[in-house]
Design a protein around this ligand. Sequence first.
Ligand code: ZN
Ligand code: ZN
Ligand code: FE
Length: 762
Amino acid sequence: MKGAPPVAGRRLRITGVVQGVGFRPFVHRLATRLGLGGWVRNVAGAVEIHVEGPEDVLALFVGALGTEAPPVARIDAVESASATADGAESFIITHSIDADSARPVAPDVGTCAHCEAELFDSDDRRYRHPFITCTDCGPRYTIIDALPYDRERTSMKAFVPCPVCAAEYATPSDRRFHAETVACPQCGPRVWLEEPGGTERAAGDTAILLAAAALRVGAVIALRGLGGFHLVVDATNDAAIRRLRERKQRDAKPLAVMVRTLDDVQAIAVVSEREAALLRSAARPIVLLRPKATAALSAALAPGLDRLGVMLAYTPLHHLLLEGAARPLVMTSGNLSDEPIAIGIAEGRERLGTLADLFLLHDREILSRCDDSVVRVVDAHEVIVRRARGLAPTPVRLPVAAPEPIIAVGPHLKNTFTLVRGDQAFVSPHIGDLEDLEALAHWHSAYDRFRALFRIDPTVAVRDLHPGYLSTRLAEELGLPQVIRVQHHHAHIAAVAAEHGITSRVVGIAFDGTGYGDDGHVWGAEVLVADLAGYHRAAQLRYAGLPGGDLAAREPWRVALGYEALAGEQTRAFSLAYYGVPMATRVGAAQQLSRGVNSPMASSMGRLFDAAAAVLGVRRHASFEGQAAMELEALAGETRAMPLPFPILDGGDRLIMDPVPLLIALGEGRQHGVDVGLLAARFHESVAYAAAEVARRVAADHGINTVALGGGSFQNARLLASIEGRLTAARLRVLVPRQLGPNDGAISYGQAAVAAWRLIHE
Ligand code: ZN
Ligand code: ZN
Ligand code: FE
């Protein structure tokens, strides 16, 4: 007769994103399946497990924790110690132990396949229930008021579960075991359709069907979604899109489209396997895809661009609306121009009343504003364009632990902020441009919510060098004992190095639109030798005047004028840049430039793209910053091309990249009838060549073999891939942004990394 195997015990502590993601129910199911006894509980920022059984089965259990964890969980570390077995026969979920410490909050999760199947199954009791969720999916961050994650600390507390839902919640074998958002048509939130002004037209399924019917005939609908309001129109209807653009005062910025299934995506765009996986991922971001020429979509969605933002439905309400409309829908943020998106019902009614024809509303409160995330795939990698819903607020590690809690307030435009405790950096979702009081109010409310959620009370503020930015004032007005200042492009490079855990010196290529330089000029095409402590500017783009200052970001011809002033006799090459610009305006700008009035000196890669677009006659006026650069990238496509002259000069203490010969060659080429796509491609290769060559020289001079790429210009896939390829060919290690994007959304994290280092070492 065989004796029972000896029983061993083990105590495990698992950290990462493990709360609010169905981790305890998963552990319960796994242990029960393997016949193990013990318990699981949430403790501050971690999950603790006591498990007992035969040694070999315990090993299976530990292995499966990593391989079978719920899709949204992210395990950072598993600590394991042996423990005394005390004869537990069953496995239970015990009470959470709460302690004062920072811990992750799970991001919102798109509707899972199980819930989607139930949603459209007429035999299911949640058939067409617009709030169907389970432990694997549904809202988290946007509805959580405090931790630990339990229903009474979410906006679901207003809805008392019916007996059937309560039974599901309590049944270990049920998919909704411990699903805090469990609800059904009997007990869940409610949806209704109303007119501007508040008159209710319909409720429940009828409301959704009526909204879908209105969309089919061109209506603009304000939809209260997951992280805020969307404005919705038929993506195949030109007139409806024009009306939306007029009302929203958004004339050319691309609009994202939502569809219901991957087949629907494939009908309108080319999708690689990697892109398909990204579209279907729990975060359900907007993915920038190449639209198909045959797609029945309005040409007004992304005029002049070769990419279209597409996302899959990520809530049951979206699924139902799309199913009813039976066509792709534009889903754009519910705001006027660049204001923060509306989230509350009263706020939505007030701010969107003149923008929408109808309101599709629900009564589950949105506690945290969260825009859609935007991602694109470059080669085999993902580049984050906007990090928000589904990605934030998952923490990003810092390579050093901050000795004091930090708030890094972030940049002036495309703001995010970062709260730090120890080596955990909680980067806020995209906030927007800090240019008006409304944006500031949004910043403060997001900041207060973050402080409460993560229980971090900072004593150190970090800000940009610019004395005049609202973000600077904001940092000073927090009234914290210490304020640390970090240069914008240093923050870009520090962010990339830090997310890769690098603290030694790197060569940093920082290419973007605008950042305030330590010499008071406008920087934006810099090569730095940097570590977290500081930087040295090893190379820059040659300075040119920007007549009109900030106006130049919207009027590329002004940038061309600044470079023309450096071109000596060869001014003819620039003539296409001014087509349609009134002579008096141009003469006025030229006078500003020659007298140095409102004409800051700039070394900006974003502006160089503008100048190139202007001399090529592609664009002289832009309706948003970066439009010209996006069009040049679209024109260049994948055309193979050789660089044009882009000399690297010795500027004494640094190298100078001189783009004037390049702009002359572009202008002359265009005037001689060379294909504009080819010239756009040669422009990209010229910039990539000069950047890689400068970085190679600087790296060799300093004995460094790692190059970090940061700044918004690296959202340009062709530029990123070409520079990366050239550097790799030169046997350099290349760091590119992965967890955060290359653009200013990463600045606050870079500021935090520099500040953490300085607090330790100074
Ligand atoms: Zn689900
Ligand atoms: Zn119910
Ligand atoms: Fe920047």
